[in-house]
Write a protein that binds this ligand. Structure first.
Ligand code: SAM
Length: 284
C-alpha cells in the first residue's frame, strides 16, 4: 500500500514529466486537496498509508494538472488579500500583483466604490471587507463571472453591500463614486501566443486581452471616469509593466489629474492612480 510520502513523490515525478513549473509545490497542494488536509499535515503523516478514498480524487487532480489546468481551478479557490475566493474557468485566477491595486485603493477613504471588470469580485470584495461602512458596484460583461462574484460576496457576508451587475465598462453607470478600481484585460493581441498554457488554454480570453495594443479598456475607462467620480474621487487601475506612460496620458486626456504610479514587489510598474480635480472656485 502506498504511503502519503510515496504519493507525494509519485505526484511530483508525474508533474515534472508533464513540464509543470513547480512540481513539488503543486504535488503538495494536490495531495493535500485529495486528502482534505491542510498541506502542513503532509509532513507529519508521511509514513502513514494513503487513505484509499483519496486515490480517485488524487488521480483526477493530477490528470487535470498534467493538462496544465491551473491549481486554483482544481482546488476551486485562491487566497487573495485576506480571503479565499472561489475560482472557476469563468474568472481570472486572482494574481498576487493585483494586491498592489487593493493596497493603493486603501490609501484613501471611500464610501462608494466601483469595480470595472470585477471577475471573481476579489478586488471589490477585499475593499468592502476592509471598509465596513462602504458600498460597492461591480461591473462585468461576463454573466458567468458575475455568478462566481455573487457566490464570493455571499460567502464573505458582503451581498448586502456589493451590487454585481452586467455591463460594458462605464456604459449606463451613474455615480458619484469616491473610488473607481479596475484590473481590465490589458495584454496586447501579439502577447497571447507567448502565454503559458495554464493561462492561454484555461483562463477566459475576455479577461486577458481586449485585442489590438491592449489599451482599449483603459481608453473606455479613462474617457468616462471623470463623469462618475465625485470631485477629488480617485481612479486606480492595474497595468502591464510597460503601459504606465500610455495609461497616465489617457487619464489626463479624460480630465483626471495628479497621476501617480505604484510598483509591485519586483519593482515593476503595476498601478496608475489619478483623481478628478475639485471644481475651481469662482474667484470671489
Ligand atoms: C483581468 S480580469 C480581472 C478580474 C478581477 N477584477 C481580478 O482582478 O482578478 C478582467 C475582467 O474584465 C471583464 N471584462 C472584459 N471586457 C469587459 C467589458 N467590456 N466591460 C466590463 N467588463 C469586462 C472580464 O470578463 C474579466 O472578468
Amino acid at each position: 500500500m502506498s504511503t502519503v510520502a510515496a504519493a507525494l513523490r509519485n505526484a511530483a515525478a508525474r508533474l515534472r514529466a508533464a513540464g509543470i513549473d513547480d512540481p513539488a509545490g503543486d504535488a503538495r497542494r494536490l495531495v493535500a486537496h485529495a486528502l482534505g488536509w491542510p498541506p502542513a499535515r503532509l509532513v507529519i503523516a508521511g509514513p502513514d498509508p494513503l487513505p484509499p478514498e483519496a486515490a480517485a480524487p488524487l488521480e483526477a487532480a493530477l490528470a487535470a494538472r498534467c493538462a496544465h489546468r491551473p491549481v486554483a481551478q482544481i482546488l476551486g479557490w485562491r487566497a487573495f488579500w485576506r480571503h479565499a475566493f472561489e475560482v472557476t474557468p469563468d474568472v481570472l485566477d486572482p494574481r498576487p500583483e493585483t494586491e498592489v491595486l487593493v493596497a493603493a485603493a486603501l490609501e484613501g477613504t471611500f464610501a462608494r466604490v466601483l469595480d470595472l471588470g470585477t471577475g471573481s469580485g476579489c478586488v471589490l470584495l477585499s475593499l468592502l471587507a476592509e471598509r465596513p461602512a462602504a458600498r460597492g458596484l461591480g461591473i462585468d460583461v461576463s454573466d458567468a463571472a458575475l455568478a462566481v462574484a455573487r457566490r464570493n460576496a455571499a460567502r464573505l457576508g458582503l451581498s448586502d453591500r456589493a451590487t454585481l451587475r452586467h455591463g460594458d465598462w462605464l456604459a449606463g453607470v451613474s455615480g458619484p463614486f469616491d473610488l473607481i478600481v479596475s484590473n481590465p484585460p490589458y495584454l496586447a493581441a501579439h502577447e497571447l501566443a507567448g502565454l503559458a498554457p495554464e493561462v492561454r488554454d484555461w483562463e477566459p480570453a475576455i479577461a486577458l486581452s481586449p485585442g489590438g495594443d491592449g489599451l482599449d479598456a483603459y481608453r473606455a475607462i479613462a474617457a468616462g471616469a471623470a463623469a462618475v467620480l465625485a470631485p477629488g474621487g480617485v481612479l486606480a487601475v492595474e497595468i502591464g509593466p510597460t503601459q504606465a506612460e500610455a495609461v497616465a496620458a489617457l487619464m489626463r486626456s479624460g480630465g483626471l489629474a495628479g497621476t501617480q504610479l505604484r510598483r509591485d514587489l519586483d519593482g515593476r510598474a503595476r498601478v496608475v492612480l489619478a483623481h478628478r480635480p475639485a471644481p475651481q472656485g469662482d474667484g470671489l
